[in-house]
Design a protein around this ligand. Structure first.
Ligand SMILES: Nc1nc2c(ncn2[C@@H]2O[C@H](COP(=O)(O)OP(=O)(O)OP(=O)(O)O)[C@@H](O)[C@H]2O)c(=O)[nH]1
Ligand SMILES: [Mg+2]
Length: 448
C-alpha cells in the first residue's frame, strides 16, 4: 500500500466536470508538480491551473487536499475537479502516472478504506450497492447497510460468542479440576436467539435480492386473457404485440417499471393452455413456467367476459400446478364488456386493460403485496456472500446446541463456536481471506 494510486472517479463520458482522484503518500506532491495556484490547505477547494510539463495550461481545475487520516481511504487524498473533457481527464491521469502514480484497480480506493478501517467489509459492499441503486428501495437498503445498522445486532451476538468462547477455553485450561465457568443454560439461550436471528435474515434473502436487482413480477393467464395489453397499459407504451389470436405472445417480454419506490421487472408471458398449437407455443409455455418459478409476485389475468371467477380459479389450479406458488393477485380483465360487476371477493381486482380502467387499484394492490412480503424492511440480506456465511454459521451453532443437549465435550462445543464466530466474522470483514477481498472489490468500477 506504499504507492499512490490515481483514477477518474466520475463516469467516462463528456460532462460538465470530471474528477480525478489520487490516494497514497505522494498524492499531494504529485498533484503539485502540475499545479499553478494557491498553496493547498487541508479540506479547502482551491481554483488554479493544471499545467503541462512545458508550462502550457491544460485546464482550469479545483484542487482539494484531504490529509491522512481524515479522508475516504484514510490516506493522503487529492481530488482534482477538471472540466469533464475526455482528453483533459486522460491527459491529467497520464501526467500523474508519468510522475510516479499508478492507475488504480477497480474498487481499490474502497479497498484501502477497508484496510485502513474506515469501513467494514459489508459497508464497503454497500458503497458498491449505493452506486448501482436505481430505485428508492435499493437506495434505502444500501444506505442502511452503509450506516452499519445492518449487522449491528449480529455483531453484538458475535461479541457474546467471543466472551463465552473465552470462558470455555478457560475451562479447558483447568480441565483436570472439572470446573464450569460458562453457564450452559445461558449459552443455550444465546445460541437459540442467534439461530433465530440468522434464520430471519436468511428468509429475507429473496426479498433483498429482489430489491437490489429489480422485483420479478410475472403476468400469467390463459391465451387471449389480455396479458400483453395489461403490460402495455402498465408501461404506458405499446411494447408487446396484442392480437385477438390466442397464442400471440410466444417468448417472454421483460420490461423495467418504477413504481412506489421499487424497481419492478414486469414479465409478459405466453398464455398457458393444455394443448398448444405448435412446438413454438409449447416452448413459450415452458418458458412461462420458468418465469413463474422465478417470480416474486404473479398477476393472474383472466377474461371476465369469457369465464367466471370460479372457472378462472379452476383453470389456474390446473395450469399453475399444485406447487406452492409465489404470492398471487387475481386480475379480472375486460370488465368493459360486462353489464355489471359480479360479486367477486376482495382479492379479485377488476380492470379493463384496453380502456385503462382499474390500473391504479391494481398498482396499489401490487405495492401492498410487496410490503407484506417484507420488501420495505430496512434490514434485508441481499448478498450471496453473506447468505453463505450465515448458512455456515447456523450449521455450527446448531451443532453446538446439539452437543449441549447431549452433554458433549467442552472441546467440541468450543470448536463449533469458533467455526460460527469465524463465519460471522467474514461478513463484516473481521476475518477475511485475501481471495474474498479480491472478489468483492473487483466488482467496483475504477475510481471507487
Ligand atoms: N374489450 C376488451 N378487450 C381486451 C381487453 N384487454 C385485451 N383485450 C383484447 O383481447 C385480445 C387479446 O389481448 P392480448 O393482450 O394479446 O392477450 P394475451 O393474454 O397477451 O394473449 P396471448 O399472448 O395469446 O397469450 C386483443 O384483441 C385485445 O385487444 C380489455 O380490457 N377489454
Ligand atoms: Mg400476449
Amino acid at each position: 500500500m506504499g504507492d499512490t494510486i490515481v483514477a477518474v472517479a466520475t463516469a467516462w463520458a463528456p460532462a460538465a466536470i470530471g474528477v480525478v482522484r489520487l490516494s497514497g503518500p505522494d498524492a499531494l506532491q504529485l498533484a503539485q508538480r502540475y499545479w499553478s495556484g494557491p498553496k493547498p490547505r487541508p479540506r479547502t477547494a482551491h481554483l488554479g491551473t493544471f499545467v503541462e510539463p512545458d508550462g502550457q495550461p491544460l485546464d482550469q481545475v479545483l484542487l482539494t487536499w484531504f490529509p491522512a487520516p481524515h479522508s475516504y481511504t484514510g490516506e493522503e487524498v487529492v481530488e482534482l475537479s477538471c472540466h469533464g473533457s475526455l482528453y483533459v481527464l486522460r491527459r491529467v491521469v497520464e501526467l500523474l502516472i508519468a510522475a510516479g502514480a499508478r492507475i488504480a484497480k477497480p474498487g481499490e480506493f474502497t479497498l484501502r478504506a477497508y484496510l485502513n478501517r474506515k469501513l467494514s467489509l459489508d459497508q464497503a459492499e454497500a458503497v458498491a450497492d449505493l452506486i448501482q441503486a436505481q430505485s428508492e428501495a435499493a437506495h434505502r437498503l444500501a444506505m442502511s447497510q452503509l450506516k452499519g445498522a445492518y449487522f449491528e445486532k449480529v455483531r453484538t451476538f458475535r461479541q457474546k460468542l467471543v466472551e463465552f468462547l473465552a470462558l470455555l477455553e478457560l475451562e479447558l485450561d483447568f480441565s483436570e479440576e472439572d470446573v464450569e465457568f460458562a453457564s450452559r443454560a445461558e449459552l443455550k439461550r444465546l445460541l437459540q436467539e442467534l439461530v433465530a436471528e440468522i434464520e430471519r435474515l436468511l428468509r429475507s434473502y429473496r426479498a433483498g435480492q429482489a430489491v437490489r436487482q429489480g422485483i420479478p413480477i410475472a403476468i400469467v393467464g390463459r391465451p387471449n386473457a389480455g396479458k400483453s395489453t395489461l403490460l402495455n397499459a402498465l408501461l404506458a407504451e405499446e411494447r408487446a404485440i396484442v392480437s385477438d389470436i390466442p397464442g400471440t405472445t410466444r417468448d417472454t417480454v421483460e420490461e423495467r417499471l418504477f413504481l412506489g419506490g421499487y424497481e419492478l421487472r414486469l414479465m409478459d408471458t405466453a398464455g398457458l393452455r393444455e394443448n398448444p398449437a405448435d412446438v413454438i407455443e409449447a416452448e413459450g409455455i415452458r418458458r412461462t413456467r420458468e418465469k413463474i418459478a422465478q417470480a416474486f409476485l404473479i398477476l393472474y389475468v383472466f377474461d371476465a367476459a369469457a369465464e367466471t371467477w370460479e372457472e378462472a380459479q379452476a383453470h389456474a389450479r390446473t395450469l399453475l400446478g399444485a406447487d406452492p406458488l409465489p404470492s398471487l393477485l387475481w386480475v379480472a380483465n375486460k370488465i368493459d364488456r360486462l353489464a355489471a360487476l359480479p360479486d367477486w371477493p376482495d382479492d379479485v381486482i377488476p380492470i379493463s386493460a384496453r380502456q385503462k380502467q382499474g390500473l391504479e387499484k391494481l398498482q396499489q394492490a401490487m405495492l401492498n403485496q410487496l410490503e407484506q412480503a417484507g420488501l420495505g424492511q430496512e434490514v434485508l440480506l441481499s448478498h450471496a456472500r453473506h447468505y453463505e456465511s450465515f448458512v455456515r454459521a447456523r450449521a455450527a451453532l446448531e451443532g453446538a446446541l446439539a452437543l449441549l443437549e447431549s452433554g458433549g465435550g467442552t472441546e467440541l462445543v468450543a470448536e463449533e463456536l469458533r467455526t460460527a464466530q469465524h463465519a460471522i466474522g467474514e461478513i463484516t470483514g473481521t476475518i477475511t481471506p485475501d481471495e474474498i477481498l479480491g472478489e468483492i472489490f473487483s466488482r467496483f468500477c475504477i475510481g471507487k
